[in-house]
Design a protein around this ligand. Structure first.
Ligand SMILES: *Cc1c(COP(=O)(O)O)cnc(C)c1O
Length: 228
């Protein structure tokens, strides 16, 4: 991807929002149905604070502990933030995740559904939940296999009483993303699930064309993660 190192965080965000607007227009979608999640994992605190100054309220993190360190205090100062967990969740971190996050996008196995249900009851706090789907059926990647999704959703909702509001996917890095986005949309429609978290820096415009309601953009917003 072309890097534009001289742009400020605020300029980068304006640029991404403009591209989201254009992509929405091109696919005749209502702009308000598309939400930008700023993926702040591994970015410096300076960059995150600069992003907060632009008015960005929705942030994605992929690790619970890193997110706790970064956001616990900032959440008290900025009460209207929305924090989204977009990385794998271990069962021993579920309680902390339920306390911190407004949305958990990575429910992907029965054991986790069980632990989430328990933590929600115990904490009296109910984050919105998305199920991660392994659309490429990659060995090393988390997510429910497409062929097992119907059964998994039934288990999560009927056995554990969870409400599933969205699906999320990360397409294989070495394949065109479009067919994966199309598959996720189809699976969501089949199960009457409305929200679709898909699309990152390289492919969020494609994801919007395929119906993404939440795009997760990191490096194109903040700059390279290695290069803080
Ligand atoms: C890191 C990450 C992103 C953002 O990736 P970029 O390519 O930097 O935009 C999005 N989604 C998930 C699940 C991630 O881990």
């Amino acid at each position: 991807m072309m890097q534009t190192p001289n742009l400020s965080i605020s300029e980068r965000r304006a640029d991404i929002l403009k591209r989201i607007g254009k992509a929405a227009q091109k696919s005749e979608r209502v702009l308000e149905t598309i939400t930008l999640t700023a993926v702040s994992k591994v970015q410096s605190d300076d960059r995150v604070d600069e992003m907060l100054k632009t008015g960005q309220k929705i942030f994605g993190e992929n690790r619970v502990q890193e997110a706790q360190e970064r956001w616990t205090q900032r959440k008290e100062i900025h009460s209207d933030l929305e924090l989204r967990l977009i990385g794998p969740l271990q069962t021993n971190k579920v309680e902390a995740a339920v306390q911190l996050f407004d949305v958990i996008e990575t429910l992907d196995r029965p054991k986790l559904a069980e632990h989430l249900a328990r933590a929600i009851k115990k904490n009296g706090k109910t984050p919105e939940i998305f199920v991660q789907v392994n659309t490429g059926e990659e060995e090393q990647k988390a997510g429910v296999k497409p062929s097992e999704l119907d059964t998994f959703l039934k288990l999560a909702t009927e056995n554990f009483g969870l409400k599933i509001s969205g699906l999320m996917c990360i397409p294989p890095a070495d394949e065109p993303a479009g067919p994966h986005f199309a598959l996720l949309r189809k699976l969501a429609a089949k199960n009457s699930i409305e929200k679709l978290s898909m699309g990152m820096s390289e492919d969020f415009e494609t994801a919007i064309a395929f119906g993404a309601t939440h795009v997760r953009v990191g490096s194109a917003l903040f700059g390279d993660r290695e290069n803080k």
